[in-house]
Design a protein around this ligand. Structure first.
Ligand code: ADP
Length: 499
């Protein structure tokens, strides 16, 4: 009898647990109350909050529930002009004359205040943009602070960065940023500009302006001289007015390739300098000798991280034929465990899509993928009723010429293709209009060096993906843009360098 009982227990023990149906994490929500969001924001010009000339405001909403978070001013041409004048005045009278070590102290102070307000900034980023709080808290905000720390260190050492050269700041930098990493993109742009003695007019994206506006109050708290950084809000027309303003010396832009082309046309024939960081269609390449479970994690991180709202997202997966079947099985298992939902919950892996427009773009591409004959796989998951959501999506049986292989989708959608040889995968990986990033997964160091040399991408990760550091330059080839941000390379686009 005892024997039968133990048999029964053993049987009960071996029933496999299904992560998605048998158990779940308890909710672990971050509190929105820990962040202060004003009901209305003006424009931050010359160190003060100012009303927009147009008198117009627009709502910024939380994409996870479509509720209005705040009202934001629309800057028109006159406002842009006021901001550029303030930046010019601050440049001539204060910032370029200031001892570099003093400039560095202000930048350090900004970094420290970002650290002090890290929790609040992370909450605002998540409420306004829809990305999981875990990501805002562990990546966006600390990396933004890191950029200010890093460039603060360079402010009084530029002569070591460019020995035997005469260095001058360019003057006023017009900076336009997108909605995928709002605070981090502001830091990428502002920190090197200030360290090199330039002043700034920054325009955040219209759907995610709140952390840039919070940064404005941090600049006030840091006592940054008025006009050194001006933050103006609005949509494309505001950005265009900034690009066209005759007294701007440099345009730094991160966003879509189509707007990048408009900007290039608009500044052609002027002596404005520019750096453009545009779209991407990164190839993540997995060889048969790669550690497969690790690679699955890397692939998931590469495309589903931040809902695929990443220009360098690994949106094309190339699998060596011998491991393709096994890898796809592992990948399907893994994505069935991803938690899609409330971005404020610390367990959430995939948050809300940033806007209705972006969701529509993603859904349109999913239809295109189906029509092109690719096989779709989406794990069963219940999505919230309100807000903008897209489950992690895999496409197999994809052809190199398909639009889902060639065009940037900017969502959690992965196109999976196969290859046999190194030469074949190089050819396929390089065959898109973009060249921002790529990933290689293999056990062999020699193969890593061979691939990284031949892949036409600004950043190539090996046995990892989506790793960033303030000291590492970032930027693209081909239609992914030009110029580098980050590291020592990030200083020169803001300097006049003469021998
Ligand atoms: P995305 O497709 O990622 O939204 P966009 O290129 O449309 O990227 O937007 C990136 C940034 O460029 C945003 O701040 C947006 O307001 C701004 N922008 C859009 N159109 C223009 C334009 N014609 N000139 C300058 N900036 C623009």
């Amino acid at each position: 009898m005892a024997k039968t009982a133990s048999k029964q227990i053993n049987k009960a023990k071996i029933k496999p647990l299904r992560f998605d149906t048998d158990w779940q994490y308890d909710p672990a929500p971050e509190s929105a109350a820990a962040a202060q969001i004003e009901p209305e924001y003006g424009l931050f010009i010359n160190g003060k909050w100012q009303k927009p000339d147009s008198g117009q405001y627009f709502d910024t909403i939380n994409p996870a529930n479509e509720k209005t978070l705040s009202r934001i001013a629309v800057a028109n041409e006159k406002d842009v002009d006021r901001a550029v004048r303030a930046a010019r005045n601050a440049h001539e009278k204060v910032w370029k004359k200031m001892a570099p070590a003093e400039r560095g102290k202000y930048i350090f102070r900004i970094a420290r205040i970002i650290q002090e307000k890290a929790r609040e900034l992370a909450i605002i980023e998540t409420l306004d943009g829809g990305k999981p709080i875990r990501e805002s808290r562990d990546f966006d905000v600390p990396t933004a602070a890191q950029h200010f720390f890093y460039y603060a260190g360079w402010a009084d050492k530029l002569n070591y960065a460019f020995p035997q050269k005469k260095l001058n700041p360019l003057g006023v930098a017009g900076q336009i940023i997108p909605w995928n990493f709002p605070l981090l993109m502001a830091a990428w742009k502002i920190a090197p500009a200030l360290a090199t003695g330039n002043t700034v007019v920054l325009k955040p994206a219209e759907t995610t302006s709140l952390t840039a506006l919070k940064l404005a109050s941090i600049l006030q708290e840091a006592d940054l001289p008025p006009g050194v950084v001006n933050i103006i809000t609005g949509a494309g027309a505001t950005g265009a007015a900034l690009v066209e303003h005759p007294d701007v010396n440099k345009i730094a832009f991160t966003g879509s390739t189509s707007v990048g082309k408009i900007i290039q046309r608009s500044i052609a024939g002027t002596n404005k300098r520019s750096t453009l960081e545009l779209g991407g269609k990164a190839a993540n390449i997995v060889f048969e000798d790669a550690p497969l479970d690790q690679a699955v994690e890397g692939v998931v991180n590469g495309i589903f991280f931040n809902q695929g709202h990443v220009c360098c997202a690994g949106s094309r997966l190339y699998l060596q034929e011998s491991i393709a079947k096994e890898f796809i099985r592992k990948l399907k298992d893994r994505i069935s465990t991803l938690i899609v939902g409330d971005p404020m919950d610390k367990n959430t892996d995939i948050g809300a899509i940033n806007s209705k427009e972006q969701l529509n773009t993603i859904l349109r591409y999913i239809q295109i993928g189906k029509k092109e004959g690719a096989a779709i796989h989406q794990p069963a998951c219940s999505l919230p009723k309100k807000g903008f959501w897209c489950p992690p999506t895999l496409f197999t049986d994809v052809a190199q010429s398909n639009r889902i292989t060639q065009e940037e989708i900017f969502g959690p959608v992965l196109a999976i293709l196969t290859f046999r040889t190194d030469d074949e995968v190089i050819e396929k990986a390089n065959n898109t209009p973009y060249g921002l990033s790529a990933g290689v997964w293999t056990d062999k160091g020699s193969r890593i060096f061979n691939m990284t040399r031949r892949l036409r991408a600004g950043v190539v990760w090996a046995n990892t993906f989506n790793k960033f550091d303030a000291a590492a330059p970032f930027g693209g080839y081909k239609e992914s843009g030009f110029g580098r941000e980050g590291g020592l390379h990030g200083l020169s686009p803001y300097l006049e360098i003469n021998s």
